[in-house]
Design a protein around this ligand. Structure first.
Ligand SMILES: [Zn+2]
Length: 411
């Protein structure tokens, strides 16, 4: 019997929510140190080497190879310790329930029942009879990504317990602030010493991800010209109406609410302004680099058109690149995908390759030289009070990781 459930329940009780507003310091919230210190202590106890929990709440450690696999390249396993902002991460009270079908009820929040229905989440019907870890309805669970943390830690414990299990030298990294886009930027890849790595930060068991969006955020500013409305004829330029013109030139079918799979989008996140001045914030996403560039070109052309009609430089676009599709890097290392697929099958699960409609720490690490596909954790409904994870998936992912490292113990 694995200790994965105990581990998971222990880690989710530690509040590690990150905070966009304080992203200038890493970690953005000092409470992330609490879990970092706990994990470092447990890794030391399990016999890991070079264990470190640094000032930025990065935990790193090495696990020596099994006999005969010492010359294999070191393989990294990475998860993030912070939780998302969409729901509270304080006072998490996880409960293990047996799901009997129908609505999965977590609890109550503000007098409202918190439940997930099979109509909204068809995958629930495959989980009837299983034990699920749920919240009490008032917080998120934090399976994103403490399930990943617990699964990696349970693997380390299993390898310590069973020296016969084959594995190459391993590098373990638990990083802060993934949910606010930090991207494991302070991981020193050279001293981490891994030739490749996997993040364990995906959804339902079997998911394997190695393609993500190309991503930029775009800020549109429009300068109007105000004057007393009584004297405005031929003189006022209302920034709000220039914005309307700009928006009308963007394709409505490419909004997030109309896209899925490999379809990218242009998303207007916020607008604030007056007749005098207006600022609109957008994010632009597409898996395909050419289609991504076309979306940005379209926005530039729309701004140019507004300027042509209303006088130069009323509309300005600032494009800020965020991350790129890691498929560019990972596709050069097809064995990383093949071995992960085989590991899922070894452990009795069907691998499903799906495109990430977002980014991961692995995207930035891949472009910094550490190719880094993403594995499932087993969790569902991340970033919400309905978040849950089947106990069988927690246990299953430890078996998947055991099978995965075994496949890296030989050429
Ligand atoms: Zn995550």
């Amino acid at each position: 019997m694995s200790d994965i459930l105990d581990r998971f329940l222990r880690y989710v009780r530690v509040d590690t929510q990150s905070d966009e507003a304080t992203c200038d310091t890493v970690p953005s919230t000092s409470k992330q140190h609490d879990l970092a210190r706990l994990l470092a202590a447990e890794l030391t106890e399990l016999g890991a080497q070079n264990v470190s929990a640094d000032d930025h709440a990065y935990v790193t450690a090495w696990i020596p190879a099994s006999p005969g696999a010492e010359n294999q390249p070191r393989l990294g396993l990475i998860a993030h310790i912070d939780t998302a902002a969409e729901a509270s991460g304080a006072n998490v009270s996880p409960r293990v329930v047996t799901y009997e079908g129908g609505d999965l009820v977590a609890g109550e929040l503000d007098g409202q029942r918190v439940a997930m229905s099979p109509e909204k989440l068809p995958a629930l019907s495959d989980l009837v009879g299983q034990q699920l870890v749920v919240t009490d309805g008032t917080t998120l669970l934090g399976a994103d990504d403490k399930a990943g943390v617990a699964e990696i830690m349970a693997l380390v414990a299993r390898l310590a317990d069973r020296p016969d299990l084959p594995h190459p030298p391993l590098g373990i990294c638990f990083a802060p602030d993934e949910e606010i886009g930090h991207g494991a930027a302070l991981l020193d890849i050279e001293s981490f010493g891994c030739a490749a790595a996997y993040t364990v930060d995906g959804g339902p068991i079997g998911e394997l991800e190695w393609e993500c969006f190309n991503a930029s955020d775009v800020t549109l500013t429009i300068q109007g010209a105000t004057i007393h409305p009584g004297d405005a004829k031929g003189r006022m330029v209302n920034a709000v109406h220039l914005f309307e013109e700009f928006e009308a030139m963007l394709p409505a079918q490419e909004r997030p609410e109309h896209t899925e799979g490999y379809e990218g989008f242009i998303h207007c996140m916020s607008v604030s302004g007056t007749c005098e001045h207006l600022t609109a914030r957008y994010i632009v996403r597409d898996h395909d680099a050419a289609a991504f560039d076309r979306k940005l070109d379209l926005m530039r052309a729309a701004a140019d058109y507004v300027n042509l009609r209303h006088g130069a430089d009323r509309a300005q676009l600032a494009v800020n690149p965020q991350y790129r599709n890691m498929a560019e890097v990972v596709s050069q290392r097809p064995e990383l995908i093949a071995r992960a697929e085989a590991a899922f099958q070894d452990a009795g699960f069907t691998p499903r390759v799906i495109p990430i409609r977002g980014g991961t720490d692995g995207a930035q690490l891949s472009f910094r030289g550490l190719p880094c596909p993403n594995l499932s954790t087993g969790g569902y409904c991340a970033h919400s009070v309905n978040e849950f994870i089947p106990v069988r998936s927690l246990e299953g992912m430890v078996d998947v990781l055991e099978a995965l490292v075994a496949r890296f113990a030989v050429d």
